[in-house]
Design a protein around this ligand. Structure first.
Ligand code: MG
Length: 383
């Protein structure tokens, strides 16, 4: 098969039949809100926009109304699941019965972030293999347990974490499931395929495919549509140091002193974003006692906070800041700062405001002993 077939259409089977009790939600976790919509809807949308047709959803018995509410107008066939995962997958495969597409992707609804690149890699691998699964290396070292005692070490380099979706030729995986004896529980489809002597390619997975399992994994249960955070910071001016403001090097006889590059504006912005998320402050995430952050670029801190916002389902609605100092003059550098901050927050410069004021020569800023910065940010839940 030519590799251009990687763009071929495929059927999708999304398994959402579990009880999901560990997730501690008021309803089965696949229907619980996450980032502003039911968990299940994320995978159905991702599959639909990647071109999956048809899409079959395997759901718990009696959950048809919940499932319809969850997916809204998106097209999907509902199939009632069975007591075991492999029973549910088989029911879903049978319901697909001779789809027009030769390929099927089997996916767990508990993995809401499904990057389209992963689907591309899986379909491409089906040119040369019966099946394909996304995998990632392990970072922790691995021990084989005998009760509560370590029996032996395990060679981590040969081990992989296996994710979903898992891609197969439809007729082959259906036959494999029908032949599966089931005395052992298969925790995924690749194990069933392997038992039927199908070849399963390992393609690069993605951390974004992480499985939501515990209550803390869910962000949507009480996520407000808008969150506001404010930050304030001060650093001392000293002769001979570099002056970084908003990620921009500003020529001046004095610079700010601190553990990192002391970019007072970026620190206030970081605290504003962390504050909006209820995620503590800059010191929680980057303790000054940690030598890793000595001389660190403060852009790292802002990017980290922006990533947390992104992961929680929020985008920057707007940011407003004030620098408080007698000198240097901020005006000539304002536009560069605005662009720099916008880039760090992965937003448009039009959403970032940089202002400056003096304190009429009063107080520590007025005497030129330090620079203060304040920031207010508004985050909006992505639709
Ligand atoms: Mg600071």
């Amino acid at each position: 098969m030519a590799s251009s077939d990687a763009n071929a259409l495929f059927a999708a089977l999304i398994v959402a039949a579990g009880k999901g009790e560990r997730a501690g939600q008021a309803m089965p976790k696949q229907f619980a809100p996450h980032r502003g919509k039911p968990l299940l809807r994320h995978s159905v949308e991702a599959m639909a926009s990647a071109g999956a047709d048809p899409i079959v959803l395997v759901i718990p018995e009696g959950a048809d109304d919940l499932a319809r509410d969850a997916i809204g107008p998106l097209p999907a066939r509902l199939v009632t699941g069975r007591a075991t995962r492999q029973g549910s997958v088989l029911a879903g495969l049978e319901a697909l019965s001779s789809p027009a597409q030769p390929f099927v992707l089997v996916h767990d609804a508990a993995r809401p972030d499904l990057p389209p690149e992963v689907i591309g890699r899986l379909l491409a691998a089906l040119s040369d293999h019966d099946g394909a699964v996304p995998v990632l290396p392990l970072v922790d070292s691995i021990a084989l347990a005998e009760g509560a005692v370590m029996a032996s070490r395990v060679d981590r380099d040969r081990l992989r974490r296996v994710q979903t979706p898992q891609a197969f030729r439809y007729a082959q995986i259906l036959a494999a499931y029908r032949a599966w004896q089931g005395e052992l529980n298969a925790s995924d489809d690749a194990q069933v395929a392997l038992a039927a002597r199908l070849t399963v390619a390992l393609v690069k997975g993605d951390e974004r495919l992480a499985k939501l399992t515990y209550p803390s994994d869910f962000t949507g249960t009480t996520a407000p549509a808008v969150r506001i955070g404010q930050g304030f910071d001060v650093h001392r001016l000293v002769p001979g140091a570099e002056l970084w403001l908003g990620g921009v090097l500003v020529p001046h006889d004095y610079g700010l002193s601190g553990h990192s590059d002391a970019d007072v504006l970026l620190h206030a912005i970081t605290d504003a974003v962390l504050g909006a998320l209820g995620e503590g402050d800059i010191g929680t995430h980057f303790p000054p006692s940690d030598p890793r952050w000595k001389g660190a670029r403060s852009s790292l801190f802002v990017e980290h906070a922006a990533r947390l916002a992104q992961d929680a389902g929020y985008e920057i609605s707007n940011l407003d800041t004030t620098l408080i100092c007698e000198a240097p003059r901020i005006g000539p550098h304002r536009e560069r700062m605005q662009k720099s901050v916008a880039a760090l927050l992965a937003t448009q410069p039009s959403r970032v405001s940089i202002k400056a004021t003096t304190t009429e020569r009063l107080g520590f800023t007025g005497r030129g002993e330090g620079i203060a910065a304040s920031a207010i940010v508004t985050l909006a839940l992505r639709s």
